[in-house]
Design a binder for this molecule. Structure first.
Ligand code: PLP
Length: 509
């Protein structure tokens, strides 16, 4: 195991203040696994984050007296009905999120899986306050027309340094939904170009005229196949591939695109290997049927390595290899949506590295922990045959790309992907023990061997999440009943102990 020890630059006074007001709790271990590993963790496990609070502190109800007026003020000008917790980010530090009332919570939700290396991370602060960043922010380029002179350098030393195998190019965007929609457009243009006979074949007059009327052949009836319970975003195109909850989709016109079943596996996956294999076979067969018979022919499929918003649904590597085989067979592109799974959380940099695919995915989309967004690809034919076909004003943002480069530096310097794999195994073992003790509270535990990308079903999920907040832990849910863990990459075994202890406290009460 690599050494985690490292000297970290001094943090801001705000962060230091937040840490100073945190009391160090005395440790009791929720599980035998936690207790057995205690010597190797608490006390001796070097912290990956300098000056991080030693544990949660709860001073008031949440929201407390300082926070309530701030929420009331916000409500007048901004919809707060989805508000989970109003935070004081300047006082937050590492794995801990703070509020205006001095409450400090261990955050295993991390801005919906989007904070990679801790609040107020010193390496990121350094990048954020560099002259290079200042220039990128105040002179934001329209990258398609006026790329800055060092854009290649920024990409090569950042986004492309961690490109998935088989990908050597990127199209950058603004968000996860944007990344997916850009990938869909690339797929459609690729498919039509194939039908037309190649990049050199000119558009016909009929195609050009009909495109202006949203009619065929200029606007072809192609589709993107997605999977039941999948989530790929909320913009117009991506929303048609999202199948997680009606609330996301109601009242919005949608494309007539096919939806294949995603395997409803039983957990633990290896214990139900035969049943799960049969279920995956059924889903693969139905996918192939839809790909070959759907009235709006699919140009691509899009799939998450772990269906996240839709309830943390897992499938086996064999299922994904099967999908790759089918897509290759029918000359349909495979887009892997790594918006939530990507950048280390599953114990690999990209979750699809767990699958051992015979050939790489055609496109891999990313956002969230990357703090920037886009799609990776390797096939030159996925570049449209003419300029301005895949284009917008900004086409990404060098400021965000510089930030991702700093995130990558931090991940590499601290071996954070390895840390996440190790911490995830430790946490999973602790949860297995809790599951044995409280089988009604932890059902269908899943995410074994997938870093900290762990979830389980709870018959009283929302109550568990609310109670967790009262004892200083911020946890999120997914789907109808899942408790979903999405800690940062600097989440360590001593944080896992705090989480396990907290959960046991809730289950006991
Ligand atoms: C797998 C996946 N794809 C796409 C998205 C959409 O990303 P964004 O909300 O940045 O548009 C999300 C967001 O949760 C996601 O989890």
């Amino acid at each position: 195991m690599a050494s985690f020890a490292r000297s970290v630059p001094k943090v801001s006074p705000a962060v230091a203040r937040a840490s100073a007001r945190v009391a160090v709790p005395s440790r009791k271990y929720a599980t035998a696994a936690a207790a057995a590993a205690a010597t190797a963790t608490n006390g001796t496990e070097p912290s990956l984050f300098h000056n991080e609070p030693a544990g949660p502190v709860i001073r008031t109800q949440i929201p407390g007296p300082q926070t309530k007026p701030a929420i009331d003020r916000l409500e007048k000008v901004f919809d707060t009905r989805s508000l989970n917790m109003m935070a004081d980010y300047r006082a937050s530090s590492g794995n801990y999120i703070a509020d205006l009332d001095g409450n400090v919570l261990l955050d295993v939700y991390a801005q919906i899986a989007s904070i990679p290396v801790g609040y107020n991370n010193a390496t990121l602060l350094k990048a954020a306050t560099s002259p290079e960043m200042a220039s990128a922010i105040i002179n934001r380029p329209a990258l398609g027309n006026f790329p800055q002179h060092d854009w290649a350098e920024i990409l090569e030393t950042g986004i492309l340094k961690v490109a998935p195998k088989g990908c050597n190019q990127v199209f950058t965007g603004q968000s996860g939904s944007d990344a997916n929609e850009l990938a869909f457009k690339a797929a459609f243009m690729w498919k039509r170009q194939q039908q037309r006979g190649g990049a050199h074949v000119e558009f016909t007059e009929e195609e050009m005229l009909s495109s202006m009327n949203n009619a065929q052949p200029g606007a072809p009836n192609f589709s993107i196949l997605s999977f039941k319970s999948g989530f790929h975003g909320r913009m117009f195109g991506s929303l048609s591939t999202t199948r997680s909850k009606p609330i996301h989709k109601l009242d919005i016109p949608a494309f007539d695109w096919p939806q294949a079943p995603f395997p409803m596996c039983k957990y633990p996956l290896d214990q139900y290997a035969a049943e799960n294999a049969a279920e995956e076979k059924r889903c693969l067969e139905e996918t192939e049927r839809l790909l070959t018979t759907y009235h709006n022919p699919p140009a691509a499929i899009i799939i998450e390595p772990v269906q996240s918003e839709g309830g943390d649904n897992h499938a086996s590597p064999a299922f994904f290899r099967g999908l790759r085989e089918i897509t290759k067979k029918h000359d349909i592109l495979m887009i892997v949506d790594e918006v939530q799974t990507g950048v280390g959380a599953t114990g690999k940099f990209w979750a699809h590295e767990h699958w051992d695919l015979p050939t790489p995915p055609d496109m891999v989309t990313f956002s969230k922990k990357a703090q920037t967004a886009g799609y990776y690809f390797g096939n030159n034919e996925l570049r449209p045959n003419k300029p301005y076909r895949q284009f917008n004003t900004w086409m990404g943002d060098p400021a965000r790309a510089i930030l991702f480069r700093a995130i990558i530096e931090e991940i590499e310097a601290l071996n954070l992907v390895e840390n996440t794999a190790i911490t995830g195994d430790y946490l999973y073992q602790g949860l297995e023990q809790l599951q044995q003790k409280y089988p009604n509270e932890i059902q269908s535990l899943r995410g074994k061997g997938q870093g900290t990308f762990i979830a389980w079903d709870s018959p009283r999920r929302d109550e568990v999440l609310a109670k967790a907040k009262t004892i200083g832990i911020n946890i999120g849910g997914s789907g109808a009943a899942a408790v979903r863990l999405r800690p940062m990459l600097i989440f360590q075994r001593h944080h896992a102990d705090i989480l396990l202890e907290g959960l046991e406290k809730i289950f006991k009460a």
